[in-house]
Design a protein around this ligand. Sequence first.
Ligand SMILES: [Zn+2]
Length: 359
Amino acid sequence: MLLANCKAANTTTSDAVDSNDFYHIDDFSSVEKFDTHVHLNVDDTDLIAQAKADNFRLLTVNVSPAYYPPIEEQQRIAIRLKKSHPDRLAYATTFSLANWNDDTWQQKTLDYLKESFEKGAIAVKVWKNVGMELKDKDGKFVMIDNPRFDPIIDYLAKKHIPLIGHLGEPKNAWLPLEKMTIKSNQNYFSKHPEYHMYLHPEYPSYDAQIEARDHMLAKHSDVKFVGAHLGSLEWSIEELSKRLDKFPNMAVDVAARLSALQYQAVTNWQGVHDFLVKYQDRLIYATDFEVGGTTNAAELRKRIHDTWLRDWKFFAGDQLMNSTGFDATFKGLQLPKTVIDKLYYANAVTWFPGINSNK
Ligand SMILES: [Zn+2]
């Protein structure tokens, strides 16, 4: 009791912090980490080699954009790479929506997923084509809370297999390019006008995307759900907090949306810091790094190393930084070791059972 009082007195009366509670920038390569959202779209081991050098393990995620190889080919690549690097790689499967309007779609989808799990997949991804492309027989957009998804999601819940959802887009997608807050959003939507929702006012709104996702989570409170890209609520830690409070079965990855957190840290450093501490069990480190086409090994390895190290400096460091996403400075969050260990490792293991089964 006395000791406890002493401890409490120490932490409340002094700002002095024990340096052992924090990682140093130099600890980057000695700390075991996961990047739970990468896309290995070619049979290439450079990313895995760099992961080994930087002490990362990877989850490669199959997904079905028109500009990616067919999902069956992505699965073959994932299985081959996993076989040769079982200690570095796990994979998430996905399913086709091409025959959505056929009566056989549900059974065929379940069959494909079962086969994927037999081959080692540990999670399933659904993508923004649900909500933004897929239409039913009446020409209406199919949202993720459509009852035809229910047997699939129920099956995942029963099998304790997590569902990764990239549903909707960053809120910037509903703005003209020049009004977007983050450069990478401007870059992506200038190349992909088909997903630049400002150009498609007849498509479901941002709020409709979020509502459908929330409704699906309310229906399926027993499925483990990992919202990719901060659950498309990247623009507001307050809005994201509301969902994490409401849906205990939801976690989010930070893939390709760290700039949006950093953007908020410019004006609300304390808020972002406290958000990461409060939701330390629900946030998972990831990048969305893609390997496709012909790549120069040295260039690829430098690019991912620089990304990983820059992100580490944001979470672990306390220095002034610049973002690649916008022109303003902000300070590193210097999160406690205990929080960093969850963000980079423990949460990946909790939310993706089986991710380190070959360790
Ligand atoms: Zn992705």
